[in-house]
Design a protein around this ligand. Structure first.
Ligand SMILES: *Cc1c(COP(=O)(O)O)cnc(C)c1O
Length: 461
């Protein structure tokens, strides 16, 4: 193992050094992948030196998500203490289903969940779990909503038409999960959003009433805290009242920006969060832990047991259910996703998590100010969002994003809202400084100037 750890250290040291001067990895087109890299698996093994160089080549050509040139997705950066926690989780290799198999690591998971519930303002009746991603925490919320509506479904299966409501700006996991839960994609109702990308509660209510008239059973509303494109926050309080009137479950999908919970300054964006039935967020997005680190909490933990516990005498042989976390989890064997979050939280404190969140909004302000003061840009996003949506000189967003990628300049994506397509810069890497954001725009401008031939058609139109 010692030798292998030396190999690890040496590869990582070289990578970190190289990331400084080359924040974007060499572009490997997918159709040349197997010629460009030796990924072949053969009958016989290879000498260790050869193995190490194949591994290093692979590592070096892999997209670099922790640098100041990666703005492509809703994660980025590298929080050292969280990385340390995750590396130790790999070495320890526990499975989080029982106290017998995970010991004190169970306490690590439980205490992070307890503190999250406390920040929401919930009492001891609440609890949560970790699942492999925000899509899966959303899935768990839909299963709980379904079972809370009719607990017989768990045994007898679905027999009536249920409907679920989500905004037209929400994540694509909602229709997927409707298929998984037996509710069906056709029973997902997409509620229109206002000009800021927030769900319109008036339309929500009339859609629910229409469905009731037509014999459907409305069971759940999914709200989004940080929509995938604009980063908008749906209104919680007004929707809670509607859910109460119709006996519906209310979930908030905070995968992207639910971590505003940690910020005194931005917590108001999820005003009313204590009123929901379940809430999920990805610590691997705003908090910047390694993937994946997805949490769901429920106001009443009984729903977690009702939907996810199953007796298994070969597994649960000791200790109380409270410490056998397999009783409330989606999976059976489950990696320790809590340790990385705990390690970071332990080292920087809640105030440190708050600083991480606040800094992302600060970087977003820096980006918006730059765009507002530069007539070559059109800005599409609003204040209090860390998604900065814009266009440059009227060039189609996808053309710029693709060219920047293929020339290994910047990784950034595009999205659309209300008929406009635009570049989406996400200021989620809290290790970035103002200068990194300004550097992003300067790199983009210089690139367009030096590669005018790519954009000629649009620029001359
Ligand atoms: C990222 C995201 C998800 C999905 O989370 P994964 O961890 O990628 O599965 C769900 N909802 C929203 C709003 C997201 O931004």
């Amino acid at each position: 193992m010692r030798n292998t750890l030396d190999q690890f250290n040496s590869i990582v040291k070289d990578l970190l050094e190289d990331e400084q001067s080359n924040p974007v990895a060499e572009f490997v087109p997918s159709n040349e992948l197997y010629e460009n890299l030796d990924l072949s698996l053969n009958e016989s093994g290879i000498p260790d030196k050869e193995f190490e160089s194949a591994l290093k080549d692979l590592v070096f050509k892999t997209p670099r998500t922790a640098t100041n040139a990666f703005f492509n997705q809703l994660f980025g950066g590298r929080n050292e203490k969280a990385v340390l926690g995750d590396l130790l989780a790999v070495i320890l290799n526990n499975s989080m289903y029982t106290y017998k198999a995970a010991g004190p690591q169970i306490g690590v998971e439980k205490i992070t969940l307890r503190e999250v519930c406390k920040l929401i303002g919930w009492d001891e009746k609440s609890d949560g779990t970790y699942a492999p991603g925000g899509s899966m925490t959303n899935y768990m919320s839909m299963v709980m909503a379904r079972d809370a509506f009719d607990r017989d479904i768990r045994n007898k299966g679905v027999s009536q038409k249920m409907t679920v409501y989500t905004s037209n700006e929400s994540h694509y996991s909602i229709p997927k999960n409707a298929a998984f839960t037996g509710i069906g994609r056709e029973q997902v109702r997409y509620v229109p959003s206002d000009q800021y990308g927030k769900m319109d509660p008036v339309q929500l209510e009339s859609m629910i009433e229409e469905d009731v008239k037509n014999g459907f059973a409305p069971i759940m509303v999914n709200l989004t805290a940080g929509t995938t494109v604009l980063g908008a926050f749906d209104p919680i309080r007004s929707v809670r009242r509607i859910c109460d009137d119709h006996g519906m479950w209310l979930h908030v999908d905070g995968a992207y920006c639910g971590s505003v919970l940690f910020s005194q300054k931005y917590k108001h964006l999820i005003d009313g969060i204590e009123l929901v039935d379940s809430f999920s967020f990805n610590a691997h997005k705003m908090i910047g832990t390694p993937l994946s680190c997805s949490i769901i909490v429920a106001k009443n933990k009984q729903h977690l047991y009702d939907s996810f516990s199953n007796d298994a005498s070969y597994l649960y042989q000791t200790d109380h259910d409270e410490f056998n976390l397999g009783k409330t989890s989606l999976q059976c064997g489950r990696r320790n996703d809590a340790l990385k979050f705990w390690a970071l939280w332990k080292s920087v404190g809640t105030s440190g998590l708050e600083k991480i969140v606040d800094h992302q909004f600060h970087l977003a302000d820096t980006a918006r100010n730059y765009l507002r003061n530069n007539p070559d840009y059109t800005l599409y996003s609003y204040d209090e969002s860390i998604s900065i949506c814009f266009n440059y000189k009227g060039i189609p967003a996808r053309d710029i994003c693709t060219a920047l990628y293929e020339h290994s300049e910047l990784l950034v994506g595009y999205g659309s809202f209300d008929g406009d397509e635009f570049i989406r810069l996400v200021t989620i890497n809290a290790q970035n400084q103002d200068s990194d954001i300004l550097n992003f725009f300067q790199t983009l401008e210089k690139f367009v100037e030096e590669h005018s031939e790519i954009f000629e058609r649009t620029l001359t139109e």
